[in-house]
Design a protein around this ligand. Structure first.
Ligand code: ADP
Length: 411
């Protein structure tokens, strides 16, 4: 077991105990050292000192004049050994008059002081460590609680939240952040699930159409050429629908990475897109115009074509017969703005917030007549975001829709 694997409580107790030991030892050593220095000073001074011979007779407790042979150097009570500058030992013969018990007492007191200091130090360390261990247990209880609650949350329990950790400290903050992260994960998982089931549903529709038409053909004992032709036509249409759906799903999948190195002239690109949509434009007698500005951006040519193509195609698809589509590009504050304005059926206010969600179609019954799976705007938004831009919807005051794409210009 390494230090890393030890519980936080033990680790912190260990570290604080080490700090406590170091501080206590330093303090004890300093105080014992000071006691020794004080005692040595007393011993050293006595070598040069004489004392008043009247000392020790009538008034033992009185202060006495001490001199060093040259004159007075101080007045001391010789019994006051704790603070005295003198010692009873000296170079002269009156040693016997100085109370030698006082010296012994001092030595004993110093030894006693050392022993007591060490014993107290050990006691303080032991009690301190136990105290720290208990306090840490209380402080770290919410962490334990948090970790046990987090431990039981898995992909099937993403709606569960961490509760009971309401402290305003870092642990409370951690629990709050964890719950916020769970909210996001829960939403992401839900939308992934919805996406998969919508994708399955969208694929199921053409597959069911294929199977139904095959069944009809196989029931017929002698199918005519027309029956075959009709079935082949249905097969072609449904297969194309599936291919387009799978392609779109592929583009939307987060795994698909692409380069952003192409320099794209927007006027040229938009003209190409309009050219590709010529058939649909003519079918509906749409009048389409582009106000050119010769702006170039950097990105992935195919993906930007796909994104702009979706928006322009929608402006035609969801337009009325003889409707208008205006496309403009302009520079604004180091960014490029592409606007696609139509005077078609528009989108009601309450539906706008969902139009960029995958598989969302505003009016299911009306949209059914118009080809699409509700992936176009989701794909466009994804592409625009990956290029560092954004897409927004505005209602056209004259009726219809305005889609505005903002992209960074080339640096
Ligand atoms: P779809 O494949 O259905 O066209 P999109 O993601 O491109 O999917 O669009 C989502 C929905 O938004 C469409 O079904 C349509 O109802 C609505 N929509 C998109 N563009 C327009 C537009 N220009 N005018 C009116 N409605 C639009």
């Amino acid at each position: 077991m390494t230090f890393k694997n030890i519980s936080l409580r033990i680790k912190l107790t260990f570290i604080t105990t080490i700090i406590m030991i170091v501080i206590s030892v330093v303090l004890t050593v300093v105080s014992v050292f000071n006691a020794n220095v004080g005692f040595s000073r007393i011993m050293a001074r006595t070598d040069n000192l004489t004392y008043d011979s009247s000392y020790g007779s009538e008034d033992m407790a009185e202060d006495k004049v001490i001199n060093d042979g040259n004159g007075e150097i101080g007045v001391k009570n010789p019994y006051d050994w704790g603070s005295s500058l003198i010692s009873p030992f000296n170079n002269r013969g009156d040693v016997g008059k100085i109370p030698t018990e006082g010296v012994t007492e001092t030595v004993k007191a110093v030894d006693m002081f050392k022993a007591t200091a060490i014993v107290y130090m050990v006691i303080i360390i032991i009690i301190g460590s136990i105290f720290i261990y208990l306090i840490l247990g209380k402080i770290l209880k919410p962490v334990k609680e948090l970790s046990s609650q987090v431990g039981i949350i898995n992909e099937n329990k993403l709606s569960q939240r961490v509760s009971g950790v309401n402290s305003g400290d870092e642990i409370g903050e951690l629990a709050h952040s964890f719950n916020t992260m769970l909210d996001r994960l829960d939403k992401a998982f839900e939308s992934q699930k919805r996406f998969s089931s919508d994708a399955a549903h969208e694929l199921k529709t053409p597959l069911t159409a294929l199977k139904t038409n095959l069944d009809i053909l196989s029931i017929d004992e002698e199918p005519s050429d027309d029956d075959y032709k009709r079935t082949v036509a249905i097969f072609r249409k449904q297969t194309e629908r599936m291919i387009s759906l799978v392609n779109n799903l592929f583009i939307l999948s987060a795994q698909k990475e692409y380069e952003f190195n192409d320099i794209v002239n927007l006027d040229i690109m938009i003209e190409e897109i309009i050219g590709d949509l010529e058939g649909e434009i003519k079918d509906k007698n749409i009048s389409i115009s582009l106000s050119k500005n010769n702006i170039s951006i950097q990105g992935n040519y195919t993906m930007i074509t796909h994104a702009l193509g979706n928006i322009i195609q929608n402006a035609i698809k969801y337009n009325n017969e003889y409707g208008n589509v205006f496309i403009s590009t302009e520079e604004d504050n180091g960014r490029c703005i592409i606007r696609v304005r139509d005077n078609g059926i528009g989108i009601s206010e309450d539906k706008v917030e969902h139009i960029f969600d995958a598989f969302y179609r505003v009016d299911q019954s009306r949209s059914r007549k118009i080809a699409g799976a509700g992936l176009g705007l989701a794909i466009t938004k994804d592409i625009v975001n990956r290029h560092g831009g954004e897409i927004r919807y505005f209602p056209n005051e004259e009726g219809g829709s305005i889609f505005e794409i903002t992209l960074p210009l080339i640096n």
